[in-house]
Design a protein around this ligand. Structure first.
Ligand SMILES: *Cc1c(COP(=O)(O)O)cnc(C)c1O
Length: 393
């Protein structure tokens, strides 16, 4: 794949060529658990990593490898490895790179599951975690200088779409010798490339926008080869392997990534602007709005503002949310995001289901918040749908 090609072309073509069999134009789903060798020398060479090839599908698999190569190309990375889910790759990465006595600096608004690793599991292994206010860049810089093995960032965040200045914080973390990791799930490689902004590793829950059809789970990390190799080595042993069939579904979804994201960027902005002007809506969180705190930073570091937004009803209660959601005709009320269908839900049952009511309050996540994952439907229909649901609220 020519490295000069653009994102859309890479989404369609990258990573596939050497895996197409007997003239097939599509990547095969290789369900085989193991790969046989008649020549013992060759088997030994592949097993010891001296020769390209596959031994056992918990470690590597051709279909899974195409998926990894495609994401690697989209993020302009040296290497990539995958796992069965986003949390599979995040936990593999943290446990592969950290040791007792290490210190992690991150922000309060990370994805709920990541937050549980920070608050519950890492401390059990005597790994300190400092969680800063997500938009307080001075505090993050200060914590980084107090000792930091990993700076872990997310931008935009889930569900209030906060923006962190990746280049600024990566520079501070590198001075302290830290590894900089960015969860790029919300932005996708079409809208943001953290490696270009100084990150060492970028992760995706491929379950969301990369796959885009809410029919396959998956996770992927890409970036510096040395780091990716360390993560792969842990993941092949913990066994949280991406299934070949899921890899295929994710690959099929990724072929239209750029088209979906372009549409979702456009529709989400229109919807955010509409909601911002609606009297039944208290507040809208979308980085594409000039009223958003992180708008200027987002403009600098993103090519598009994404399909995710959230908004708070004037009547700020879970009860109002539960009256509102069933009125929408063109939205699944569900826990995922990033699909072709519009998806809505409150943090209490989606991004922050793992947290208690008090924890959500402490994180500044209102109970009357609705996360809105913009689908690829015609935006006129989505606007009309919101209009009628808000009218009868
Ligand atoms: C969903 C999500 C994850 C976790 O991914 P799974 O595939 O559900 O394990 C991590 N980070 C973000 C931002 C997410 O939205």
């Amino acid at each position: 794949m020519g490295c000069l090609s653009k994102t859309g072309t890479r989404a369609v073509w990258a990573g596939e060529e050497e895996y197409l069999m007997q003239g097939a134009t599509q990547v095969p789903v290789v369900h085989s658990v193991s790969f046989g060798y008649r020549d013992m020398d060759e088997w030994l060479q592949v097993a010891s990593g001296k020769k390209q090839g596959h031994i056992y599908s918990r470690n590597t698999n051709p279909t899974v490898q195409v998926f990894e190569k495609k994401v690697q190309s989209l993020e302009d990375a040296e290497a990539a490895t995958s796992a069965a889910t986003g949390m599979g790759i995040i936990s593999s990465m943290l446990f592969a790179l950290l040791s007792p006595g290490d210190r992690v600096v991150s922000v309060k608004d990370t994805y709920g599951g990541t937050n549980v690793i920070f608050n519950e599991f890492l401390p059990r292994f005597h790994i300190q975690v400092a969680l800063c206010d997500t938009t307080d860049h001075e505090q993050i810089e200060k914590e980084v200088t107090n000792g930091c093995k990993i700076l872990y960032l997310e931008s935009p965040t889930n569900p209030t779409t906060k923006i962190v200045d990746i280049a600024r914080l990566a520079a501070a973390a590198h001075k302290a010798g830290a590894v900089v990791i960015v969860d790029n799930t919300f932005a996708t490689p079409v809208n943001q490339n953290p490696l270009h902004l100084g990150a060492d590793l970028v992760i995706h829950s491929a379950t969301k926008f990369l796959g885009g059809h809410a029919d396959a789970l998956g996770g992927v990390v890409c970036g510096k080869k040395e780091l990716v190799d360390t993560i792969y080595h842990f993941r092949e042993i913990n066994g949280a392997t991406l299934h070949p069939m899921s890899a295929y579904l994710l690959l099929r979804g990724m072929k239209t990534l750029h088209l979906r994201i372009r549409q979702q960027n456009e529709s989400a902005l229109q919807i955010a602007q509409y909601l911002e002007s609606h009297p039944a809506v208290e507040r809208v969180y979308y980085p594409g709005l000039s009223s958003h705190d992180g708008h200027e930073t987002a403009r600098r570091q993103m090519q598009g503002f994404g399909g995710m937004l959230s908004f708070m009803l004037r009547e700020n209660s879970l009860e109002a949310v539960s009256r509102f959601l069933p009125k929408l005709h063109f939205a699944h009320a569900a826990a995922n995001l990033g699909a072709v269908e519009t998806i809505v839900g409150p943090p209490a049952t989606t991004s922050h289901v793992e947290c208690t009511l008090e924890e959500r309050a402490r994180m500044g996540i209102p109970e009357g918040l609705i996360r809105y994952s913009t689908g690829i439907e015609d935006v006129e229909d989505l606007l009309a749908d919101l209009k009628q649901a808000l009218l009868t609220l």
